[in-house]
Design a binder for this molecule. Structure first.
Ligand SMILES: Cc1cc2nc3c(=O)[nH]c(=O)nc-3n(C[C@H](O)[C@H](O)[C@H](O)COP(=O)(O)OP(=O)(O)OC[C@H]3O[C@@H](n4cnc5c(N)ncnc54)[C@H](O)[C@@H]3O)c2cc1C
Length: 421
């Protein structure tokens, strides 16, 4: 199999077989479909019922990738730690954008399964686990038109600023909550999702910390969607607004209430950032491999460009960055999925490092292609655009780094009003 050298010499056989099968899917299905979807000028075509996206989802669900993280006793693949990392890296090696779509889909169903609510499990999680045609699609709806970075800094004093309050608000009304407001155009799977893990405000006086997480089927009266977003990178990933106009849900569908909300945002961000790190390790590797292949074919000065020393140096720097990404993101994923005290600052370190490295590797790879790197005839310019988007996705690298810094300073005993709690 044409993939990376496994430095973990004791890598279990079942993990090797996951790597092999996901790699095949990524190569044969994800990559060619993502290229077609990326070239569609109208993002409505990306989500049309006869679009390659639908066939990708169907095939991924048939292989059980939509339930990769759910326990085997529930009917999932039961992947954790190393297995989860291997799956995500391979999917994103095929296509970063489609990998994110496949990761986002499980959010509401995993949250409902983890809540232990048997009614939610029977009614919603079971049909999702059994879905083999990709018709049940989830999303993580947290950011809002006025609140991007604000929503993703749990543990910091600004998360508790009572002057900064969310735009999607749930009001208790008897046995129900009534939800009003709008989520950002950036919600991944936003306009095709059938269900949302909806992060909303329940106690506005507590600022961003006064929230809750609701499980919301998106066919309820009062839910509507915006237009699919047209954007620079990750174009195969559908994104768009979701609107809530007096949407009523039973009280028991509020999976997390305000007292547990900040911890839940921290837990979710820790997984999401760890997953982003694994995904963009795969994207960096894809860029490096494209450059390596091209450098063996392109002849200048009478010899393949890989025989020019400066190109060799660039290739080796790319290789080193990919290996560094894998080492850090694997360690973080394994720790965060197996420890009882997952570490947000390590997840942030891995996310910011791997996405920045993937952008640098993609940029260097594009340079190795010369003029052809800019051409749509070659795949490298898509990888470059996809990597660029990752510096903003799941928290901008600047804002995440500032929050991460205050977490490590607090742990080192530094106190003060700006430090993490
Ligand atoms: C590909 C992609 C996928 C996404 N998927 C999802 C999803 O599934 N669900 C979802 O809800 N959202 C999603 N998002 C939204 C994403 O989380 C936000 O875009 C991100 O958190 C940044 O928010 P913003 O775009 O509103 O930028 P802003 O928060 O407005 O930031 C603008 C600029 O100001 C800087 N800035 C902001 N605050 C500070 C500060 N306190 N100190 C210093 N600098 C600051 C930022 O670094 C940035 O440069 C996605 C975004 C992308 C690009």
């Amino acid at each position: 199999m044409d993939t990376y050298r496994e430095l973990n010499v004791e890598s279990p056989k079942d993990i090797e077989s996951v790597k092999e099968s996901v790699h095949r899917f990524a190569k044969d299905v994800l990559r060619p479909a993502a290229v077609k979807l990326d070239r569609m000028t109208d993002p409505r075509d990306v989500i049309a019922l006869d679009s390659p996206l639908r066939s990708v989802l169907k095939q991924a669900y048939q292989l059980g990738y939509h339930v990769a993280g759910l326990p085997t006793e529930m009917g999932g693949m039961g992947l954790r730690g190393l297995g989860m990392h291997v799956l995500i890296e391979e999917l994103a090696w095929g296509a970063g954008d489609l990998a994110i779509s496949l990761l986002a889909t499980s959010f509401p169903f995993s949250a409902a399964a983890a809540s232990g609510n048997p009614e939610l499990f029977e009614k919603f999680v079971k049909p999702y686990i059994a879905d083999r045609d990709g018709s049940l699609i989830g999303c993580w709806a947290i950011t809002e038109p006025q609140h991007g970075s604000d929503e993703l800094v749990p543990g910091t004093p600004e998360f508790h600023n009572p002057r900064v309050t969310g735009q999607v608000v749930a009001r208790a009304d008897g046995d129900s909550y009534v939800i009003n407001g709008q989520k950002a155009a950036w919600v991944s799977n936003g306009t095709i999702a059938t269900h949302a893990a909806l992060y909303l405000t329940t106690e506005p006086k507590a600022g961003m910390a006064g929230g809750g997480v609701a499980f919301v089927p998106l066919n309820l009266p009062g839910v509507s969607k915006g237009k699919p977003l047209n954007k620079l990178g990750q174009r195969a990933l559908n994104q768009g607004e979701i609107y809530f106009d007096n949407v009523r849900i039973p009280r028991k569908w509020m999976l997390t209430k305000s007292e547990g909300y900040e911890l839940e945002v921290e837990r979710t961000l820790t997984f999401a950032n760890s997953a982003m790190a694994a995904a963009f390790t795969g994207v960096a590797r894809a860029a490096y491999e494209e450059a390596l292949d091209y450098s063996r074919q392109r002849v200048q000065g009478g010899q393949p460009i890989c025989e020019h020393q400066l190109v060799q140096k660039h290739l080796f720097e790319m290789f080193t960055k990919v290996e560094a990404c894998r080492a850090l993101s694997r360690a973080v994923m394994i720790y965060n999925q197996t420890s009882t005290t997952p570490s947000l600052e390590h997840a942030i370190a891995a996310k910011t490092f791997c996405t920045q490295a993937s952008f640098e590797v993609a940029s260097d790879a594009l340079q190795v292609f010369g003029g052809n790197g800019l051409s749509k005839e070659y795949g490298i310019e898509k990888i470059f655009r996809d990597a660029r988007a990752s510096l903003i996705e799941d928290g901008t690298n600047d804002v995440l780094s500032l929050a991460g810094a205050r977490h490590i300073l607090s742990r080192a005993g530094v106190t003060g009003p700006a430090m993490a709690r």
